[in-house]
Write a new protein. Structure first.
Length: 614
């Protein structure tokens, strides 16, 4: 039995090993980047070092002994409880289930350090994943994101559901076929197990590919479609997995029931809507607090408050039985849309760097654990036929996702998605941290252990093989690199002034829903949550006068007055010219002046207001 001091020393040693892996990863990536070698990303390096460390621990760990008194038999337990209450001499002790050490209680070859260094999904979902998701949403180029919002949502929502269904039903059919052909398939794979595998495999994580895209400045449409899909479909896949997991509880069995199916679908939509509302609510709170207080004078407190409010969106959603990942996702998008404009310049830089750093640590810790899990997980079930079917169904589902949806989207897109972009999106469907964490959450059955082992192999192969082949694939598909992210092919480069000009005067372009949204955003949302836009006293009805005066920033009146003076000055120039047109220089100066007045002292940077063309 380990004493408290010995346990503390062992846990410190385990953490030191993980930190050493990150140090090695950073130094390795520095060398590779200095030599301009792009075949390995830091997450792939972390996974490689974790793989090596797991192998060393597997060979060198000290085995447990039966005589230590650490193992006691529990009778009348047919399932694995997550929490266990044990009565020891009239004192009740609570124990938390970490994972299965070995399937054979008579032989314990595994060292305790292997057991301790096993991946803990709760830590990932509660501590590591929220900053990763928030950073992805917060760092989106909002102009490019909203230009392609229809396509991104199509791939992230419809594409994820389509991928889940295709993988799930293909795997179920493949397993049944193998059984009929007389091949041994360990574990009873039900349709629910196969759909669970499909839901977790529908979460793409092309972090390696996106890092290369960022470094090479690839075509902006390709980047935002792939990045937006990966950010959004993680949340969709997590909610979808939880919905499928709770299906048996709703039906009371494994049979298919139409009523229960629609009940699960309604629960899926309800969780999504509630989580979106939760994330938006915390954005409104953060925006109003930063708008009407003088926190700008204390950037450290401003940054801390911003971080805590954003993290609270995740915790509140989880406490209410919703999806914290969906809440923090939409919180990140809306914080970057509104609250960012209320922060001081120093707080803008600090928040961006803070979440970028947390994202870096979270991703590398997770991929390190993925490498470790190949040896620290003691009950692997490698089914050759199941693994073979998994790779085939994943490729088929990705193809059925990208090509048909791209064809349908091209029917209505102003800028079509070319075939080489579609091929690159097909190739970039890597699997990563979210898929592995979802598979590791429950390994109580033989089928679920086979799913985890298969997921591990899929992640390893896609990250190392497909990630390393990204640069050659870009050249083979003749995809543009070195592209300005604001550039539109066939059009003049879109300046910041043009973006702000579209905000100041929403034009009647695009679908009616987008026209209504742009008008709502310009007239009500931005003036209420930021210092920008027209005063609410001029846009809201008269009966909303008290609320309008309460929410209107004094800067809004100043901006309106300055814009009016700029318009008068422009009109005066035209009158002095005898009713003729302004000279090009004067017109450009007038437009720039108005844009500067609209922007004020807030600055938009990469969080520019979108122009919708999707």
């Amino acid at each position: 039995m380990l004493t408290g001091l010995e346990r503390h020393r062992r846990e410190s040693t385990e953490l030191l090993l993980l930190v050493a892996i990150l140090i090695l990863t950073i130094l390795t990536m520095w060398v590779l980047k200095k030599r301009q070698v792009r075949f390995l990303h830091e997450t792939g390096g972390a996974m490689l070092y974790g793989f090596i460390l797991g192998l060393i621990l597997k060979l060198a760990a000290t085995p447990w002994k039966r005589g230590t008194g650490e193992i006691h038999e529990c009778v009348n337990l047919n399932t694995t409880p997550k929490f266990l209450l044990v009565n020891v001499t009239e004192r009740i002790h609570e124990y938390y289930h970490v994972g299965e050490v070995t399937p054979n209680p008579q032989a314990l070859p595994a060292g305790s350090i292997l057991h301790k260094m096993a991946f803990n999904p709760e830590i990932f979902f509660n501590l590591l994943l929220p900053p990763i998701i928030f950073h992805g949403a917060y760092s989106l180029n909002q102009r490019q994101f909203f230009k392609n919002i229809g396509s991104v949502l199509t791939f992230a929502l419809i594409g994820t559901l389509l991928t889940c269904g295709i993988i799930g039903f293909c795997m179920f059919g493949f397993v049944q076929l193998m059984v009929r052909l007389g091949h041994v398939v360990d574990g009873d794979f039900s349709l629910k197990d196969c759909l669970l595998f499909g839901s977790l495999m529908s979460a793409t994580d092309p972090v390696t590919v996106l890092a290369i895209f960022t470094e090479l400045h690839v075509d902006s449409d390709l980047y935002i479609l792939l990045f937006g899909e990966s950010v959004l479909n993680d949340a969709v896949a997590i909610v979808l997995t939880y919905t499928i997991s709770s299906y048996d509880a709703a039906t009371g069995g494994s049979a298919f029931h139409v009523g229960s199916f629609f009940l699960s679908a309604a629960r899926f939509l309800g969780v999504f809507a509630g989580s979106f509302t939760m994330g938006l609510a915390y954005t409104v709170i953060t925006a109003l607090v930063t708008k009407f207080t003088q926190l700008r004078e204390l950037p450290l407190l401003e940054t801390g408050l911003f971080f805590l409010f954003s993290w609270s969106s995740f915790l509140s959603a989880e406490a209410c039985g919703l999806s914290g990942i969906v809440a923090v996702l939409f919180c990140g998008i809306t914080q970057a849309r509104y609250t960012i404009h209320n922060l001081s310049s120093e707080a803008k830089v600090r928040t961006t760097q803070l979440f970028e750093f947390l994202n870096f640590l979270g991703e590398n810790f997770t991929f390190c654990y993925i490498g470790l899990a190949m040896f620290t997980f003691h009950t692997h079930v490698f089914q050759v036929f199941f693994i073979f079917g998994a790779f085939l169904s994943i490729m088929l589902a990705r193809a059925c996702n990208i090509y048909p949806l791209s064809f349908l989207l091209n029917l209505g897109r102003h800028r079509r998605i070319p075939r080489n972009i579609q091929h690159m999106m097909m190739f970039s469907g890597l699997r990563g941290a979210v898929a592995f964490a979802l598979a590791a959450q429950d390994t109580s059955t033989e089928a679920q252990r086979a799913i985890l082992s298969t997921t591990l192999l899929v992640v390893l192969v896609t990250v190392w093989v497909m990630g390393s082949a990204t640069v050659p694939m870009l050249g083979w598909l003749d995809i543009r690199v070195g592209v300005d992210p604001d550039e539109n092919p066939g059009e003049a480069p879109c300046s910041q002034a043009a973006v702000e000009d579209s905000l100041a005067a929403p034009r009647p372009q695009g679908p009616l829903t987008w026209q209504l949204w742009k008008a709502l955003d310009y007239r009500y949302l931005r003036p209420a949550l930021t210092h920008e836009g027209p005063p609410l006293t001029t846009t809201l009805p008269l009966w909303c006068g008290p609320l309008a005066r309460l929410l209107t920033s004094p800067h809004a009146y100043e901006n309106q007055e300055q814009l009016g003076n700029a318009d008068d000055s422009s009109s005066g120039k035209m009158d002095r010219a005898g009713g003729g047109q302004e000279s090009p220089g004067e017109a450009e100066a007038s437009t720039t002046q108005q844009d500067d007045l609209l922007e004020g002292d807030l600055g938009l940077g990469t969080h520019a207001t979108p122009v919708w063309t999707d």
